[in-house]
Write a protein that binds this ligand. Structure first.
Ligand code: KG4
Ligand code: ZN
Length: 341
């Protein structure tokens, strides 16, 4: 069985074809194509929704065509279409949703609307899944979301906490902007952090000890702003920037690791599944793995490869395999505010 996935929730236009092998049940990635308008947003320091939506319309047909060519298949040969219907930017979402609906109608294929947030977790289910067992804990850390979910099985997800203000990726991006780094700043901050001292600045770790599973990252951005302001408008030197990057990354990772471990212990989860762009962060993976090894309980950490952490369509098609709930094309609508039920 082959599913074609479409993802257009933000600034990436992506299409992928995944196949389920009837013998091994494993999900194989046949092709994955991603076009991004990131270069345009780097200049403005953040995403302008209208610009992102316009690029979606330019990229969508070439991206689908390339994904089909790479997988050596065609639309007649596809068994179902999966599409992200939210959350995201309305203009961007509409491009993917309307394209998927059109394909579903024209080629008479089942259409499966997918929640982008579930998709980030299902990036872990591509290829070898031997490390994954339920109950699992999902940590979604992206540019727009920071959420912890307990997953008892594919149909039973329980949201236990999330950010009260900025998302983890948003904190990286906003702090990067204060430091004059290009958008998105997560990768640049983690690179510069390698040369800096993570203990040079003791930035706040809001809610780190709170009894819930919520997060808050906006205070960290304010603390960095204050630090930058102490330089009275003078450009920060290289080593100061590296120290701020290392201390910022340390503060964000510290909070994410503490809350994740607390939840894994409380819910006795057998796997911890990361997803979202910030899951590509090396320090986050390393610190979580370190903590897991020190614990008495036996949870296995699963992190998708870097290109499946950030937005892609393979994760959307894969989600559809595990949640095969087709909806008539005429009833599928984009939902920018979609969250967990
Ligand atoms: O999942 P994603 O591609 O898009 C959303 O759904 O939001 O995540 C993008 C976010 C950006 O905020 C970016 O700065 C962050 O992921 N990011 C990272 C790294 N790579 C991407 N943050 C920290 N370290 C990284 N290596
Ligand atoms: Zn995402």
């Amino acid at each position: 069985m082959k599913i074609l996935g479409i993802e257009t929730s933000c600034d990436e236009t992506a299409c992928a074809i995944v196949q389920k092998d009837p013998n091994s049940k494993a999900i194989t990635l046949l092709s994955s194509t991603i076009s991004t308008s990131l270069g345009l947003h780097a200049k403005t320091g953040g995403i302008i929704p209208e610009v992102a939506a316009r690029q979606q319309t330019n990229y969508i047909i070439p991206v689908i065509t390339k994904a089909l060519l790479d997988a050596k298949t065609n639309l007649e040969d596809i068994d179902a279409i999966a599409v992200t219907y939210g959350p995201g930017l309305i203009g961007s979402l509409l491009v993917g949703v309307e394209t998927a609906k059109t394909i579903s109608l024209l080629f008479n294929k089942p259409l499966i609307p997918i929640n982008h947030l579930f998709g980030h977790i299902y990036a872990n289910f591509i290829g070898n899944t031997s490390d994954i067992s339920f109950p699992a804990l999902g940590l979604i850390v992206s540019g727009a979301h920071t959420d912890l979910v307990v997953i008892k099985n594919h149909n039973d997800w329980n949201w236990i906490g999330g950010t009260r203000d900025d998302a983890a990726g948003e904190a990286f991006d906003k702090i990067g902007r204060l430091l004059g780094l290009p958008y998105p700043a997560g990768p640049a901050i983690s690179e510069l952090a390698k040369k800096g001292d993570p203990k040079a600045y003791r930035f706040p770790r809001p809610l780190i000890g709170s009894p819930d599973f919520d997060f808050s990252f906006s205070g960290l951005k304010t603390a960095v702003l204050r630090e930058v302001q102490t330089h009275n408008g003078n450009a920060l030197n290289e080593s100061t920037i590296e120290d701020i990057c290392a201390s910022t990354q340390y503060a964000i990772v510290d909070v994410l690791v503490k809350k994740t471990m607390k939840a894994a212990k409380k819910y006795n989860t057998k796997s911890i599944l990361l997803g979202g762009g910030v899951a590509a962060n090396e320090m986050l993976k390393q610190k979580l793995q370190e903590k897991i090894s020190q614990e008495t309980f036996d949870a296995k950490l699963s992190v998708p490869p870097k290109d499946l952490c950030t937005d892609n369509a393979a994760m959307i098609a894969t989600t559809a395999f595990y949640n095969f709930k087709p909806v008539d094309w005429s009833k599928v609508t984009a939902d920018p505010e979609l969250y967990f039920d």
